[in-house]
Design a protein. Structure first.
Length: 85
């Protein structure tokens, strides 16, 4: 039997921690332009649940998809990969 926990995971950088138990994580990716073939940097912001309020701005974190926790929050913090300097 396969593990049940096949949820999406993303690695990104914390850009805001002003909310209570919530962080904003910016996930960047490279996308190839359809016509010109040049790689363009795109980014998406996700709101994630930080239960212990342990993240700071600039931290690199791993987030995982979860059930809807509020109007905008559908991700939760799994671990902090690298602390900001």
């Amino acid at each position: 039997m396969e593990p049940r926990n096949l949820r999406k995971e993303r690695v990104g950088k914390v850009v805001s921690n002003k909310m209570e138990k919530t962080i904003t994580v910016e996930v960047s990716r490279k996308v190839k332009h359809e016509i010109y073939g040049k790689f363009i940097g795109k980014s998406t912001k996700f709101k994630a649940h930080d239960d212990k309020n342990e993240c700071n701005i600039g931290d690199t974190v791993l987030i995982q998809e979860t059930r809807p926790l509020s109007k905008d929050k559908r991700w939760r913090l799994v671990e902090i990969l690298e602390r900001a300097k």
